[in-house]
Write a protein that binds this ligand. Structure first.
Ligand code: ADP
Length: 303
């Protein structure tokens, strides 16, 4: 089993009090890759396809990925650029984020079509998100979509989380069209209902599932926070209740990313849809009981 996640990992600065911050690494597709690495057997490989700079902070990020078991062979080094950064701020218990990512190296991850084809060739699962698409310019997006289509034709499966972030896109029409196009060429689409309702105007999660299903052949799994997950597969819709987490909800960062990883690891191992959904919701329940995106206590490495 060869898994390739595509996107941007950023430096995270999280407050620890007295104006001090700790440094970590996170980013939606990277978070999912990190959870997948822990869930999948050691015989599986999990690679990250991205780009970083040639500076010391980029070196540290790559060292971190490698130490976590993620293959970094497909992270390109781009001189003159560096990694993106975000800062978590706490105001009366409410978290807000400030980003410095507009000229990060990761924006250049899809400059070379031949390289994309070579890296994706033979992958069993390719995982990406709407954020992966949003950080690319129009030409790079087209190159990536063409390589994905190529890989799919050769037997790879593509899983896509629309993760709609308007601030990263040039305009709304491009955002909605690009997300729709990518989803139409994916095998598994993993949207979150609140994003979809806000930007596509879906009246309920079943409408989200149906909309994505109508564009292609994909299995659609719609997350909706503590409310039931709605799946759509081969014309059949199902509701799957989300169990009340055993531990109180502390921080919902990476709820969707960890759900996706739990779901995909189980589904690709051959589990039935409802069992794979439970694997996703039970991992997400443990992740939201801990702080930050990468919650070590939520998941041990598989053997
Ligand atoms: P995203 O992080 O992409 O917005 P959601 O908020 O829909 O995704 O959450 C993803 C999954 O995490 C849900 O399907 C559910 O399993 C779990 N989850 C999120 N919030 C809660 C919550 N408050 N209580 C229980 N489970 C939750």
């Amino acid at each position: 089993m060869r898994v390739i996640a595509i996107g941007e990992c950023m430096v995270e600065l999280a407050p620890v009090g007295d104006g001090l911050f700790t440094m970590g690494y996170a980013g939606d597709t990277f978070n999912a890759a990190w959870y997948l690495r822990r869930l999948l057997p050691v015989t599986a490989s999990v690679s990250y396809l991205s780009a970083v700079g040639t500076d010391a902070v980029s070196d540290r990020m790559l060292d971190f990925m490698a130490a976590e078991g993620i293959i970094t062979d497909h992270v390109q080094r781009v001189p003159e650029r560096s990694v993106g950064l975000y800062l978590i701020q706490l105001n009366n218990g409410e978290r807000s984020f400030a980003y410095w990512r507009s000229s990060s190296a990761a924006r250049l991850l899809a400059e070379d079509a031949t390289r994309l084809d070579r890296v994706l060739d033979g992958a069993d699962l390719i995982y990406l998100s709407g954020i992966t698409l949003a950080i690319l310019d129009a030409d790079a997006r087209s190159r990536l979509m063409a390589s994905l289509a190529h890989a799919r034709a050769a037997g790879s499966r593509v899983a896509f989380d629309p993760n709609i972030r308007p601030s990263l896109w040039p305009d709304t029409a491009t955002m909605l069209q690009s997300i729709t196009d990518l989803a139409a060429g994916a095998d598994i689409v993993l949207p979150s209902y609140d994003d979809e309702a806000r930007h596509f105007g879906d009246p309920d999660p079943a409408a989200t599932a149906q909309r994505y299903a109508s564009h292609g052949e994909a299995l659609v799994v719609v997350k909706d926070g503590p409310r039931p997950i709605v799946t759509w597969q081969a014309g059949k819709s199902e509701h799957h209740p989300v169990p009340v987490p055993a531990a109180p909800v502390l921080d919902t960062t990476a709820a969707g990313d960890s759900f996706n990883a739990g779901f995909l690891a189980s589904y690709l191992a051959g589990a039935k849809l409802s069992k794979a959904v439970s694997a996703g919701t039970s991992l997400a329940a443990r992740v939201i009981a801990g702080p930050g995106a990468l919650v070590r206590s939520a998941v041990e490495f598989a053997t």
